[in-house]
Design a protein around this ligand. Structure first.
Ligand SMILES: C[S@@+](CC[C@H](N)C(=O)[O-])C[C@H]1O[C@@H](n2cnc3c(N)ncnc32)[C@H](O)[C@@H]1O
Length: 276
């Protein structure tokens, strides 16, 4: 995979990342030993419209207590813990970044969800699971840095049971190009691999999926991000925010994200596709 903005935390930085998160929780007046999912959400729901977007996708994905869910590109694990806590299901998260997986496991312990979520460091393009291992494959804001999309969707299809569901919430290419960089996922356009919605539909169909829902949620994301950028412009970022993982360029990335959404350079797609 191309180097990306996520690489900053891939060299044994687990302890530092965990310390930064616990210090930020303290600064926000929360208990770092027993944070709630909502305490962590501004940081660990690492996608546009955070918790709200996760719950909206979950509502159309059809998750129940017996569903085996794979979260691809699970990051710090906010969505996987939210699904496990809300639906009682078991979730396996995989992420390319070892430190994110380690911190996700630590946060699972502190939120009392270790028995229902587990994390493993692996590449979405070569999943360490047998064919037909999961009922739902879930992925949010992870495909933007993955160039080999045909292989990605074939791999997600492989680990799903027949008629299993692929639930996606992703940034896609807008009508106006190019996007402004840096963004939260890429420092320059060379690190970004966005596809336009029709191309994404074709990729999913070619990988053996029937697309059941393909909803454009850009308007809601645009409004929420504009408000967020206005707030950080006035008060600075909240103590527990994405600057902890994205570093000092966070505010520029956030402003570019708002501009990209407003100018139609990126869009947001919420998708449910079923494996044939
Ligand atoms: C923007 S974060 C989203 C994290 C999480 N899905 C969420 O919404 O909170 C994208 C994540 O995808 C992961 N990622 C990117 N490429 C990947 C790949 N090829 N395999 C596994 N994970 C990948 C990154 O390490 C990062 O943690």
């Amino acid at each position: 995979m191309a180097a990306s903005t996520y690489d900053a935390k891939t060299s044994g930085a687990t302890a530092g990342l965990a310390r930064a998160i616990f210090a930020a929780l303290r600064a926000a007046g929360k208990d770092p030993l027993r944070p709630t999912l909502d305490d962590l959400a501004p940081l660990d729901e690492f996608h546009v419209r955070g918790r709200q977007a996760t719950l909206e996708l979950a509502a159309i994905a059809g998750i129940g207590p017996a569903t085996r869910v794979l979260d691809v590109g699970s990051g710090l694990g906010g969505p996987s813990r939210r699904l496990a806590a809300t639906f009682g299901c078991r979730v396996t998260g995989i992420d390319l970044c070892e430190d994110y997986c380690a911190v996700a496991a630590l946060l699972a312990q502190r939120t009392g969800l270790s028995d229902r979520v587990r994390y493993c460091c692996s590449d979405a393009l070569a999943l360490p699971f047998a064919d037909r291992s999961f009922d739902i494959v879930w992925t949010q804001h992870a495909a933007m840095t993955i160039a080999d999309k045909p292989r990605l969707y074939r791999e997600l299809s492989r680990v799903l049971v027949p008629h299993g569901v692929l639930a996606i919430y992703d940034v896609v290419a807008g009508r106006v190009q190019p996007a402004h960089y840096p963004t939260p996922w890429a420092r320059t356009g060379d690190e970004s691999f966005l596809v336009a919605p029709p191309a994404l539909r074709d990729l999913l169909t070619a990988a053996g999926f029937v697309v059941e829902r393909f909803d454009d949620t850009t308007a809601a994301g645009c409004e929420a991000f504009a408000r967020f950028v206005e707030t950080i412009g006035q008060r600075g970022p909240p103590p527990l925010g994405l600057q902890i993982v994205l570093g000092p360029a966070f505010e520029t990335m956030a402003r570019n994200q708002a501009r990209n959404l407003a100018e139609g350079r990126i869009a947001l797609a919420q998708i449910v596709a079923r494996r044939r």
